[in-house]
Design a protein around this ligand. Sequence first.
Ligand code: F6P
Length: 546
Amino acid sequence: MSKLTQSPAWQVLLAHQSQINNQTMREMFAADAARFDKFSLQLDGLLFDYSKNRINDQTLKLLLDLARQAGVSEWTARMFGGDKINTSENRAVLHTALRAPRDAVVMVDGKNVVPDVHRVLDHIRRYTESVRNGELRGYTGKPLRHIVNIGIGGSALGPLMVCEALKPYGHPEMQAHFISNVDATDIVETLRHLDAETTLFIVSSKTFTTQETLTNARSARAWLVEKLGAEAAVANHFAAVSTNLKATGEFGINPEHVFEFWDWVGGRYSLWSAIGLPIALFIGMDNFERLLGGARAMDEHFQSAPLERNMPVILGMLGVWYGNFFGAGSYAVLPYDQYLHRLPAYLQQLEMESNGKCVDRAGQPVDYDTHFTVWGEPGTNGQHSFYQLIHQGTRMVPADFMAPIRSHNSLGEHHAMLLSNCLAQTEALMLGKTEAEARAELEAQGLSGEALETLLPFKLFPGNRPTNTMLFDLLDPHTLGMLIALYEHKIFVQGVVWNINSFDQWGVEYGKQLAGKLLPELQGKVALSAHDASTTNLLKRCLSAR
Ligand code: F6P
């Protein structure tokens, strides 16, 4: 057994789980009028209600004991202080420095990194303002109005999710597009509707070696040159964001349009850096800074609030509670805001690439579960699809609900209906429906006898299904910044408890390596090498069809 599963805090939680397993939240709410006040927190208008969880005062105390035992506060100080806690890559983890105020000091290898952060932010401001106000134009003199981000994973999902989420703040004449997939369909279908004269490509890649991104960038460049008839057009129509300035130079991007970031920014934590360039172009630099400000507010809260009142710590420990002590294998992200429709996809990378690990920091196999599968869909769409399983399936699926109190689009009763659905779902999941309640309902509908008894089992809801609710006034840049940073820090807390490195991603390498070997075989450039029978026959089938 590992040190973690043998530890006193873990063992006490195991015993506690078997006690609380028989209790229902319905009973807990009935017994404690102060439950909501006790189990909810607020920060800058963001209300985090975690009262609909299978916890009592003792559970929370024991979960926080586990967080203390794991050293969550100490690790937090090390991360914010620039220690190289990403040990397998020998890197500091400082996405928090990207939203630090100008006068902050964060040292990495004896150098304060904050002045560099603000130098790049100033560069982004100058560039985005000149594009937005039409000073910097395309090769033929037209304003650049279609921003096309070419990047994948962390160099796409964050900017895409934020540009979608903050659409109401977008420049009225601008549109943001995202090309990620090496599948030609992605670029072909995106460019089909665009006018090269008004299109600005941003090639975003931390390493500037990623196959998908460089292939798409080369195709985009060829498209532009063909449409505008001049190589010289590339200077105005391309910008790049990378830590690899040598490679951006070799690609031929005008150095004035190259935006730098640093190896201490993880790809999936990079939307706050120059990787956020498409966001700043689309919503303007003032709004981008409001987004950074929201994240900074969450950073300050995370660093200073006691564990008992600390949102990321509590959210993280609730995940540990269900994942490790109730055997939940997945959790759902359910935004009741259409603008957040890409949040589940963004969180999939953030969470699963960070904490989907099977060895601990020392490289030893773990004997406990690490991260959940993350999935979700916005609003009521999910209700007519997979909520059946959340309500009546055999597995527990903890879920995070989130909703704005006011909508950017007030239209008739839409928003009241949306909110009523959100609140109704968490209430139903918590309460369930007892046999007596279901029976009474059926009787009220005029059923009796065998007909009633036959239908009854299908009408029961076990309930006691845990949810969190994040409620906020309006989805604005500050709130979104807080929300994203809340999840970033929650993941960090869980990684600390699981004693894993949340900031490397070696698991994505192997497939890339094998694809590199398969490509020339698939192109018929080299003979087939030895593969398993399945891969060999799939390859042969592809080759025979070419
Ligand atoms: O394949 C995984 C990954 O390394 C992610 O972690 C990263 O966000 C993505 O690829 C893109 O990498 P890059 O920004 O270097 O192109």
